[in-house]
Design a binder for this molecule. Structure first.
Ligand code: 0WD
Length: 255
């Protein structure tokens, strides 16, 4: 059953084949969605080109640095020209300085704090603002978060605080857009080895601890996160908004 047949969805944040956004894109594509991608760096653009060449060579790939309002505005203008109506956005973007993902949280610099907030939390707000006029038939906005936004997780520091802001934004946006039939939800994924994760000090220890403690006794896969995003983009989740759905083999109830 093609749950997303006829739906146009924008996927933001594919950096390479390990990206959570790529795991999500594959599931959305299998479910019949038309996809478009945004990227930040040239390397990511090349990677996306290569990744989509077999299965969806026609998918638009658009540059968008979420630190720039003009980029976001132009990207959505292009999406509007290509798609007309937009039904979904996957926001899978975060960034903090590597040196601030270790040590004491109080050592966070003003600049590093603001940068993490801007890229990892404010970007969802800005993206939603420009996506809304295109989402005239209602739809679904999905962002990616992590348990470090709810409680203290060693070394996650400034990114944990950015995720807390992101999760609060999900709730405020859900209220703003509920009457327009646009739902806004977060997926709180367990740790997955990706480019972004490499920036966190002792990430491999985090994976080990997760595997040992999680009720299901294993790590999660990008496919599992992809399936959840598919559910949240489809009408199967029509009554769900403002939610933070944990896809973490149950770790959040014990860890
Ligand atoms: O364990 C993990 N990997 C988890 C990740 C567990 C739970 C949540 N997440 C979240 C991340 O915090 C992030 O929000 O999932 C999201 C996707 O992360 P990912 O798939 O783990 O990482 P990656 O493949 O590196 O994608 C993140 C990308 C960036 O990669 P780089 O390495 O360049 O930071 O976010 C994009 C970029 O492609 N990005 C930007 N995109 C547009 N404008 C910007 C920007 N200014 N900055 C970063």
């Amino acid at each position: 059953q093609q749950l997303l047949k006829g739906k146009n969805i924008l996927v933001m944040g594919v950096a390479n084949k390990w990206s959570i956004a790529w795991g999500i894109a594959q599931k959305l594509h299998e479910a019949g969605a038309h996809l478009a991608f945004t990227y930040q760096g040239e390397k990511s653009e090349e990677n996306i080109q290569r990744l989509i060449s077999d299965t969806m060579p026609e998918a638009p790939i658009i540059h968008c640095d979420v630190q720039k309002d003009e980029d976001i505005q132009t990207a959505f203008q292009q999406i509007g020209e290509k798609f007309g109506v937009l039904h979904g956005v996957i926001h899978s973007i975060a960034h903090a300085r590597k040196e601030e993902l270790e040590g004491q949280y109080y050592d966070t610099s003003r600049e590093g704090y603001l940068m993490a907030q801007e890229i990892s939390a404010y970007s969802l707000v800005a993206v939603t603002k420009y996506a809304k006029p295109l989402m005239t038939e209602g739809g679904s906005i999905v962002t990616l978060t992590y348990l470090g936004g709810e409680r203290v997780i060693k070394n996650y520091n400034v990114m944990g605080v950015a995720k807390a802001a992101l999760e609060a934004s999900v709730k405020y946006l859900a209220v703003d857009l509920g009457k327009e039939h646009i739902r806004v939800n977060a997926i709180s994924a367990g740790p997955i080895k990706t480019l972004a994760a490499k920036g966190i000090k002792n990430f491999s220890n985090m994976l080990k601890e997760f595997e040992e403690k999680s009720p299901m006794g294993r790590l999660i896969s990008t496919e599992e996160v992809g399936n959840t995003a598919l559910f949240l983009c489809s009408d199967m989740s029509s009554g769900i908004t403002g939610e933070n759905l944990h896809v973490d083999c149950g770790y959040h109830v014990v860890g």
